[in-house]
Design a protein around this ligand. Structure first.
Ligand code: ADP
Ligand code: MG
Length: 245
């Protein structure tokens, strides 16, 4: 494995808030994510999951609080300076670029030399199991394959943190299960640190080391799947998780 994710110990959100006008979309979100963790950000539509992820990525400025990568404050940096890998629900691939060019795009932007770029793209292709598809355009691929390209593109830049926003919600049920297993396999093989946004309790329970339950812009509970099951902090958490009848 030559893709080497940047080394760090933890990402820390310290009382992060985000307002949209008078709406407090996020309020005092404090959370520490350790290297190699798979964190699910779980909650109903509109609770602030994408806002949290976009604040971490730098696509959206925070209106309060700070975000730290070890001792480095990152919420003041531009997205490309943070260098986190992003995977979106709609894949967001370049339709006119083939698989290899899509995956290599970020490396090219960084001025990576061709030989090194080819080597890294080959490795990413192999990790997401897309060898042989590299000259196809996104439109010639299935939804699952397109999402594999998007994942390869996110990890090929060797990001300290991989951020995924409902990456499976455009796939049919069968493919969703298959790609769920693939995402965890890739996370493990890479030794990645992943924050995975979902509104699907089963997805969070089966994928995550720890689950962050969000509601109305605040954290209701953080815990392992087992902890949430055995000691839900509130009845509404137990209800939302489907642990009560
Ligand atoms: P989720 O991803 O959990 O469905 P979001 O983070 O997208 O939720 O949204 C959280 C809240 O912030 C919602 O009430 C949403 O309407 C609001 N919101 C999100 N983005 C914007 C925006 N650009 N302008 C105004 N309100 C927004
Ligand atoms: Mg969302």
């Amino acid at each position: 494995m030559t893709i080497a994710l940047s080394q760090f110990e933890e990402v820390r959100l310290d009382r992060v808030s985000r307002d949209f006008g008078t709406l407090n979309a996020l309020r005092d979100i404090s959370l520490t994510i350790r290297r190699r963790e798979f964190i699910a950000l779980l909650g109903p539509s509109g609770c602030g999951k994408s806002t949290t992820l976009n604040c971490i990525a730098g696509l959206l400025p925070v209106t309060g609080g700070a975000i730290w990568l070890d001792k480095h404050r990152v919420d003041t940096l531009r997205p490309e300076e943070r260098g986190f890998g992003m995977v979106f629900q709609n894949y967001a691939l370049f339709p006119h670029l083939n698989v290899r060019q899509n995956i290599g795009f970020g490396l090219k932007m960084r001025g990576t030399l061709k030989a090194e770029m080819d080597r890294k793209v080959d490795e990413a292709l192999s990790l997401v199991r897309l060898q042989g598809q590299e000259h196809k355009l996104p439109g010639q691929l299935s939804g699952g394959q397109q999402q594999r390209v998007a994942i390869a593109r996110a990890i090929v830049i060797e990001p300290p943190l991989v951020l995924m926003d409902e990456p499976l919600s455009n796939l049919d049920a069968k493919l969703r299960l298959e790609m769920r297993a693939e995402i965890r396999r890739i996370h493990n093989e890479l030794g990645a640190t992943t924050i995975y946004v979902t509104h699907d309790q089963d997805e969070a329970l089966s994928l995550a080391d720890r689950i962050v339950v969000l509601r109305d812009g605040v954290i209701r509970q953080v815990g392992t799947p087992k902890e949430l099951y055995e000691q839900p902090a509130h009845l509404d958490v137990a209800d939302f998780m489907g642990f009560r009848n």
